[in-house]
Ligand binder design. Structure first.
Ligand code: BGC
Length: 280
């Protein structure tokens, strides 16, 4: 089964069809820079352009870099404020005309790493962290996602963790790998104290440079592994989320059809109504 995965990021919006049985992209990625300001209307237009590029009419999975609860976006740390408490899934469904599932970007990365990457078949508690414009986090328990862990906003030294240790901050402050890793280690130590994960998966834009900083990272107990899907994690994870949505919707349709059929059966079984005939 192929699903179109779209990854809405701080600098680019990328899409590609994904074979959800193996997490492989079946066509070349198509990327458009994220509009500025990144209002729902402007971003929606780009999503439509990507859907049109692939002439897509089937289910779509789409990431968003904010809290996404039941299709509604509830925060906007690195995007236009118009997304706060916005029924984004419904909006994008209407714009694209496709069945569409919206998922937090780090949660998508978690789903992808859990299914095909560094967290595949790893039991226990796995934390997938994405370092990019912000810091995203996903929690997997025995491979199952617990959505909307917003740990990039944990306060460290009076600041959001992502304002100290994101990849954007590394480049803005021109931190060398070891200096940046010291900040990341402080974050990991805090997470380890609160959650005791068995494994940290380090993902996001920075993960392609893992060889340069991986050696500086350390924890007390948790293992650390680089993400394996690199910049495809969002696209693949979005498609995985939409696969679950499609399965649920199909099941709901089947249930509705079943209930309807059962009703028909009951109606058919009712004895014909007696019509009172007035005697003259
Ligand atoms: C947002 C998260 C997102 C992360 C990575 C944070 O600022 O609050 O929802 O997952 O950035 O994009």
């Amino acid at each position: 089964m192929e699903i179109l995965g779209i990854d809405i990021g701080g600098s680019g919006i990328k899409g590609a069809p994904v074979d959800v049985s193996n997490g492989v992209l079946t066509a070349e990625r198509f990327r458009i820079p994220t509009p500025n300001p990144s209002t729902p209307e402007a971003v929606g237009e780009v999503v439509v352009e990507i859907v049109r590029h692939f002439d897509w009419k089937k289910p779509v999975g789409c990431t968003f870099p904010a809290i996404v609860q039941h299709g509604v976006t509830h925060s906007a740390a690195n995007v236009d404020q118009g997304w706060v408490h916005f029924d984004a899934e419904h909006f994008l469904r209407q714009k694209t005309g496709c069945p569409l599932c919206l998922v937090n970007d780090a949660d998508a990365a978690g789903l992808a790493e859990g299914a095909f990457g560094a967290a595949k078949d790893v039991p226990g508690v796995v934390m997938v962290l994405t370092f990019g414009t912000g810091i995203g986090s996903a929690l997997l328990l025995d491979g199952k996602l617990v959505p909307n862990f917003e740990l990039g906003h944990l306060e460290i030294r009076g600041k959001d963790a992502e304002k100290r240790a994101s990849d954007l901050v590394r480049t803005q402050k021109d931190l060398n790998w070891s200096k940046w890793a010291t900040r990341v280690n402080e974050f990991l130590a805090r997470l380890e104290m609160y959650f005791s994960p068995d494994l940290f998966v380090i993902g996001g834009g920075v993960s392609k440079n893992y060889a340069k900083f991986g050696g500086y990272l350390h924890t007390e107990r948790a293992k650390i592994a680089p993400a394996q899907l690199l910049n495809e994690a969002g696209i693949v994870g979005a498609a995985m989320a939409a696969k679950e949505m499609a399965a649920h919707e199909m099941a709901a349709h089947e249930l509705a059809a079943h209930e309807l059929a059962a009703k028909d059966l009951v109606i058919a079984e009712l004895p014909p109504k007696k019509v009172a005939v007035k005697k003259k």
